[in-house]
Design a protein around this ligand. Structure first.
Ligand code: URA
Length: 431
């Protein structure tokens, strides 16, 4: 079997066999198939798609590329969550401590930024010392002792996804339904989850721009979850505008901490409560969503959710003084408040443009080896549907380079669209 023939087969819209997929994935992980061939293959998959069978085979091949974590002796039900990727999506940072504070132990392996969407690991690394490289023994020990873990994908779990994810980020091959479905599900299955809450983002700032595409991704992932014997729930949530106010690593950590203390933007808080309620219900810590929500609200109100975040940061070597005083987090040299230039209603805040502008400021990567700048990003002060008056703050830029700051100003100004008639606000969840 030759890698080039598999690439050609996919280029010609053929259906790959399980044997071909296994050969390709194993060859990639062993280093026998180089990045350039895998990039060409990923582009062929992006353009020509995969059948549900091929996607399931790809998922299982990625799962089998490494170990499978067995959490049965550690927790009663291993519940995991995953977002399909968005702009300003710092949900994990708030939801994980919240549900852990409610008595549901949660261990999660997260990823880095992908394309225009941010990544939890990049955000966490804004906290000096925070380790995102726990091995599986450390993962299990911390989960048992502290009831919360938030780390990077361990090298020995689904290593094929780790390698492919980094390559897709820089080859324009992210927004492919089969590649996203297999990437997410391989990680979740390998990480030992019994039940999985998937937050599938829909809209301009998501890889799935339409509800139909999001449903297709959700159905595919649920199907794969069922086949693997994992209870899988998908929420379809809005990503036309950024979630919350902050976009950019340290800025998002600060907003997540605000939300853990009952503050922060209302949309983000509400989003977190809804996801937490689902996790608590599926993890059998709550009888239903109403009870899950009440428990989550209580954990935030009584300070236990915030305390759990401190426990997490401390357990993973982070300097907890940055959690206690988020103003210590990395700060940009230039902070500019851009004002509203005309009164009206906001009919659009294009999340993708904001995400791309944030990457251009340095918050994400253009090449695999790029370092991210934790300090840069935006605070977006208004939501679609808001009435805004000329001269009010519209957004704040945090930049470390004046030229990039000027470019960001133009891009994010253009991302805001005003109209003279009242504009409807956007729902948080569609389904
Ligand atoms: N999140 C993932 O884990 N993988 C993708 O491919 C996209 C979003």
């Amino acid at each position: 079997m030759r890698a080039v023939d598999i690439i050609i087969n996919k280029r010609e819209k053929g259906e790959l066999t399980q044997e071909e997929i296994n050969f390709f994935v194993q060859g990639f992980v062993k280093g026998d198939i180089p990045d350039y061939q895998v990039s060409a293959w990923a582009m062929a998959v992006l353009l020509n798609g995969m059948t549900p069978q091929e996607t399931t085979d790809l998922t299982l091949a990625m799962v089998l590329s490494g170990r499978i974590l067995d959490l049965s002796g550690v927790v009663d039900i291993a519940v995991d969550k995953h977002s399909s990727g968005g702009v300003g999506d710092k949900t994990t940072l708030t939801v994980l401590p919240t549900v852990a504070a409610c008595g549901l132990p949660v261990g999660k392996m997260s990823g880095r930024g992908l394309g225009f969407s941010g990544g939890t690991l990049d955000k966490l690394e804004s906290i000096p010392g925070y380790r995102v490289d726990l091995n599986t023994d450390e993962f299990k020990k911390q989960l048992k002792e502290k009831g919360i873990v938030l780390t990077g994908q361990s090298m020995d779990l689904a290593p094929a996804d780790g390698k492919l994810y980094a390559l897709r980020d820089v080859t324009g091959t992210v927004p492919s339904i089969p590649l996203i479905a297999s990437s997410i599900m391989s990680k979740k299955i390998a990480a030992g989850a019994n039940a999985i809450v998937l937050d599938v983002k829909v809209g301009k700032g998501a890889f799935m721009e339409t509800l139909d595409m999001a449903r297709e991704l959700a159905n595919l992932m649920t199907q794969i979850g069922d086949l693997a014997g994992r209870k899988t729930i998908c929420l379809l949530s809005d990503m036309n505008q950024p979630l919350g106010n902050a976009v950019g690593n340290a800025l998002e950590v600060k907003e997540a901490i605000d939300a853990l203390k009952g503050g922060g933007s209302a949309d983000f808080r509400e989003h977190c409560l809804h996801v937490s309620a689902h996790m608590l219900a599926v993890g059998k810590r709550a009888r239903d969503l109403d009870e899950g929500r009440r428990l989550a609200e209580k954990a935030i109100a009584d300070g236990s959710a915030f305390e759990k975040f401190r426990v997490l940061v401390q357990a993973q070597g982070g300097d907890v003084s940055y959690v206690d005083d988020p103003d210590k987090l990395p700060r940009a040299k230039f902070v500019e408040v851009v004002k509203v230039h005309r009164s009206g209603w906001l009919s659009q805040v294009d999340a993708r443009s904001v995400g791309e502008a944030s990457v251009a400021l340095g918050a994400g990567r253009a090449k695999k080896s790029d370092a991210v700048d934790h300090a840069v990003g935006f605070l977006i002060h208004h939501k679609v549907g808001d009435r805004v008056e000329k001269g009010e703050p519209l957004f704040t830029i945090h930049a470390n380079d004046e030229k990039k700051q000027a470019e960001a100003r133009e891009r994010v100004l253009a991302a805001h669209v005003f109209c003279d008639e009242p504009a409807s606000s956007l729902p948080l969840f569609y389904e």
